[in-house]
Design a protein around this ligand. Sequence first.
Ligand SMILES: Cc1cc2nc3c(=O)[nH]c(=O)nc-3n(C[C@H](O)[C@H](O)[C@H](O)COP(=O)(O)OP(=O)(O)OC[C@H]3O[C@@H](n4cnc5c(N)ncnc54)[C@H](O)[C@@H]3O)c2cc1C
Length: 366
Amino acid sequence: MRVKLYSPRHPLHPSTCSMGAGGLWMPFHCDDPRTGRWAAETLDELFTYETQGQADGGQEQLVEIVPILKLLEESGRPVSDEPGTDNFGDPEEWTKDPRLHFQRLSIEKLFQLNKVNRFRLPFKHELIDAGYRYGHLFFPPIVNSPLMLAHLLEEASKTLEEVDVPSSPADETREFCESMSDVMDLAATKNCDAVVNCTGLGSRQLCQDNEVLGARGILLNFERTELGRREPNGDEANRKDIAIMAESGPWASETMPCYMIPRGSRIVVGGSYLEEDGCQTITQEERAQLFRNAFHLGIDLDKSRPVQQWVGFRPYRPMVRCQVDPNYIGSSIKLIHNYGHGGSGWTVNVGAAKECASLVQEALQG
Ligand SMILES: Cc1cc2nc3c(=O)[nH]c(=O)nc-3n(C[C@H](O)[C@H](O)[C@H](O)COP(=O)(O)OP(=O)(O)OC[C@H]3O[C@@H](n4cnc5c(N)ncnc54)[C@H](O)[C@@H]3O)c2cc1C
C-alpha cells in the first residue's frame, strides 16, 4: 500500500490535541468496546519502543515506563493489600495485563514499600487527612508526545510516498478543509483511491458529526530539572518521579481530576475533563486550581513556576468512528474514518490504526 500524509497544520502545532496530551497509557474516557483490544495492541508497541531505548541521538526517551499511583478514598468495604482481589469490585480488564504489575494498596502499605521504592509521593499525613486511604499502583508506558510526533513525522518522511505538511508549527498559511467534499477533491488531486480521515475533533464539522464533542483539558508544564519539591525530610535526592492521579475526594472530581505526569524533561499538571466547554484559555480560577493540584502533589510553588500552559480538546465520541463510510462504498475514492478516541488517543492509537489499515484493504478489495 502506498500512503500519502496530508495535514494543514504541523503535528507540533498547539491545536493538535496529540501534541499537548499527557501521553500516559491508560484507558480514560473512551467507552468503545474495542478500547481494551486496541489498548493492548498499543501497549505491545510501546513496550517495544521502551526496550529499544533512546530517541535518535537525544537524551529524552520516546517512551518510558513510569509508575502511576491513583488515589482512592475509604471504600467502606474491607480491602486487601493483595493484588488480584476484587474488594473494589471487578477490576477493569486492562488492569489484568501482567506487564502493568497492577496492585491495590493501602496508603500504609504504599509507604512501607516506599522505603525500598523511593518514589516521590505526596506527604502521607496530607493523604490521610484528605481521606485518601488506598491507591492503585501500576507501571504503564508514558509517551513523550511532542517528541514521538516529531519522530513519527521523520519516519513518515522516510517511508511514505508523500508527506505534505507545513515545515514548522508556526506556519499557518494553509486552510483547513471545510467539508468532506473538499477532502475528497484534495484526494483526487493527489490520485488517491482511499482517504483515512484522522481529523479528531475536526470531524465534528467535516462530517457534520454531532456525536463527537470536545472534552476540554487544561495543563501546566513545569521544567523537571528545575522543579522545587516540598521535601518531607530533606531526603528528596535519588527519588523517582511518578505519575499521580485523583478523580475523587477533596482534591479532585470526575470533571476536575488532579494529576501530575512526568513526561521527558517536563512535569505536566492537570487538569479538567469538561465536555462541550469551548474556552480556549485557562481562567484565573482554573490556574489557581492547577496550582493547588501541583502543591498537593508535592511541587514547591515558591521555587517553581510553570513554563507553559496548554488547553486541549479531547475528541470524545460514545463509539470511536473506525469504519468504512457507507456513503462512499460505490465511489472511486473510498473513505475510512478513524476519530473520536476521547482521552485515550495515545493509549489506543496503534490498535485503532491497525484496524483502520485492514478496513482500507477491505474497502479497496470489495
Ligand atoms: C489535557 C489532555 C490530556 C490528555 N492526556 C492523554 C493521555 O495521557 N493519554 C492518552 O492516551 N490520551 C490523552 N489525551 C487524549 C489524546 O490527546 C487524544 O485522544 C488524541 O490526541 C486524539 O488524536 P487525533 O489524532 O484524533 O486528534 P489530533 O491530535 O487533534 O489530530 C487531528 C489532526 O487533524 C487535523 N485537522 C483537524 N481538522 C481538520 C480539517 N478540517 N481539515 C484538515 N485537517 C484537519 C489537525 O490539524 C490535526 O493534525 C489527552 C488530551 C488532553 C486534551
